[in-house]
Design a protein around this ligand. Structure first.
Ligand code: ATR
Length: 281
């Protein structure tokens, strides 16, 4: 039997076992995917010993993504660029790390807006400068865009993000949180990567009225599925991209690596996770 895991602290609320469990069942595979709670002080030991404990690999979530980056033997180019690892596996005796959040975000964006969406997008605004913002910016950077503005409450974190990721063809610019309103008028896409709008958190209140009529609004928060930001965008007649797709699509490359089958993000899988989210709000 092939065994995989998701490791984090806390890990109780992770939806990854539901996603991978669904795929294991659909493909009738002899495998398991379990939650493992590991405190930060024990994470290094865990990284070095999961192979001996019979695991093929797994996902890494909060707060271990940076420690996983530091602790692996080899990293993919994407993980290298981001400084964070969310997918682990062992290959030829070496511990490898990838970051599939980048692909998860961009695949879902392409599916939601339709391929070629970049043709009508010059400026993109990314709100937030944490790990999720890095994955979003890295995904957007591969596209022929004019400029990516990164606005964050703590400006210095936006500046570090820009410093660490700049160098491609797309211009990156850090921006004051107070300037969001005026800058949105020139943006055709805005992406929220902050925790604002999540159940139990204050909403993200930005005024979308100045945005162009053909603009799109994406949120990576998926509890609730329709965040106050997405509801405001819908009311304003803008296209919306929800946060659940990123979660589902980031899971697929890991599953393929551990279990050898490329899984599909189907409407049935989406409905399963939506039911779980709605049952718990
Ligand atoms: P993740 O890895 O999921 O991106 P994170 O690194 O904790 O999580 O980042 C959370 C983001 O939400 C940060 O950009 C944070 O802004 P700061 O860097 O200023 O802390 C943002 N955030 C959280 N609460 C916020 C609030 N009340 N107002 C504005 N931004 C907020």
């Amino acid at each position: 039997m092939t065994k995989a895991f998701v490791v984090g602290h806390p890990i109780k609320h992770s939806r990854s076992p539901l996603i991978h469990g669904y795929w294991l069942q659909v493909h009738d595979l002899d495998g398991s995917y379990e939650r493992i709670d590991v405190e930060p002080v024990n994470f290094g030991d865990f990284l070095r010993s999961f192979g001996e404990r019979g695991y093929t690999g797994g996902n890494v979530t909060i707060p271990h993504k940076e420690a996983a980056f530091a602790g692996v033997d080899r990293r993919t180019e994407r993980a290298e660029r981001l400084g964070a690892v969310n997918t682990l596996w062992i290959q030829d005796g070496l511990l490898w790390g990838d970051n599939t959040d980048v692909l998860g975000f961009i695949v879902h964006l392409d599916q939601s807006l339709g391929t070629g969406w970049e043709q009508s997008v010059d400026n993109v605004m990314v709100l937030g400068a944490g790990g999720a913002a890095r994955a979003v910016v890295a995904g957007l950077q591969d596209r022929p865009l004019g400029r990516i503005l990164v606005a964050n409450r703590t400006l210095s974190k936006a500046e570090s993000l820009v410093h660490d990721l700049e160098g491609g063809a797309v211009r990156l610019e850090a921006m004051d949180w107070d300037r969001i309103g005026e800058a949105l008028a020139g943006c055709q896409l805005v992406v929220n990567t902050t925790s604002l709008g999540m159940a139990g958190q204050p909403p993200l209140s930005i005024d979308l009225h100045t945005m162009p009529d053909d603009a799109a609004v994406a949120d990576i928060v998926y509890v609730p599925l329709k965040t106050p930001l997405l509801a405001a965008a819908e009311a304003r007649g803008l296209r919306t991209v929800d946060g659940l797709g990123m979660l589902l699509h980031q899971a697929a490359p890991g599953f393929e690596r551990w279990f050898g089958v490329r899984p599909q993000v189907t409407p049935e899988l989406r409905a399963l996770i939506v039911a779980d989210i709605e049952g718990r709000i």
